[in-house]
Design a protein around this ligand. Sequence first.
Ligand SMILES: C[S@@+](CC[C@H](N)C(=O)[O-])C[C@H]1O[C@@H](n2cnc3c(N)ncnc32)[C@H](O)[C@@H]1O
Length: 333
Amino acid sequence: MGAEVAPDVGVAALYLEYAHRWFTGHSELYRQWAEGVAASETLPKLIAGLPVPKRQPNLVFAAARFHGCPDEPFPLLEKYLGTHWPAIRRIIMGHATQTNEAGRCATLLPALALVAEQERRPLALIEVGPSAGLCLLPDLYSYSYDGAPVLGTGSPLLRCATTGNPPIPRTLPEIAWRAGVDLNPLDGTDPDTVAWLRALVWPGQEARLEQLDAALATLAALKSGALKGVAGPPLLLAGDLNERVAELVAAAPKQAVPVVMHSAVLAYLDEARRSRFAQTIASVGCRWISNEAFFMDASNQTREGWDANHFTLALDRVPLARTGQHGAQLDWL
Ligand SMILES: C[S@@+](CC[C@H](N)C(=O)[O-])C[C@H]1O[C@@H](n2cnc3c(N)ncnc32)[C@H](O)[C@@H]1O
């Protein structure tokens, strides 16, 4: 084999790692695609032409599917990427993995309800890294924990299995205001953005796709003014969470308790920026709900949680639960 077609070892290893560590058990098609890329003579070389942060399989595969690549076995992906690479490359360069998972509201809800009960005031929700803001609508969805009767009347219905007897509220907490700051806030009513958010859901996870569609429909209804008697659509600012979170806390309505929350976001920050965020939160006067693969301790350092498939739900730095990444599991501590 000549140097021209020698597989890029770094890319091949990355795709193999994703195949085994992330895709196995979660998306059979992505597992096959990632293994196929790793063994391909041509694709690792194509992908190695991307900047390092853009090489990740979930971004490359989402871009291919967004462009129109069908969810078919690997030989088709190989052909498709080879044929349409310039256009797919542009999609990769112009997009990021901003997966927005409304299902996480099922694991955030008990923490939100605890704050509402302790503060006896409505909540001003401030999400850092909200993507399109779907986790800012917890009062507009409905919930069923362990198959119990449904809480709430909205859509989607989020189902969650629990252990440890979590404090499931009897009513949904009142949300007075919704806001967030994201490096790239998404408009969940824009058709192209909707197509991108859908492409980010891995093949084989159709229940998550239905949930996403229902949450986007709720967001659209809220934006159109069709939902009465609830807080309006999220105010989404563009910027870095460290630069703008204090401004949002200050802007929250005074009759509400500001709650800063985030899920699947702090992993994008290095330790110094996470630590700065934790210090800021301590100084602005708000409650703090974190749902990440780790949590921040009293000295503003990262403390590891469980494994790749679970987050730690923490309230004001105190771990409350181990949560499933997409909100379907809640193990109260
Ligand atoms: C994986 S998405 C999670 C979205 C949402 N929190 C959820 O759980 O569905 C991560 C989001 O964090 C945003 N993000 C990453 N780093 C950020 C930063 N420094 N400041 C603000 N937003 C950031 C990304 O743009 C992206 O929209």
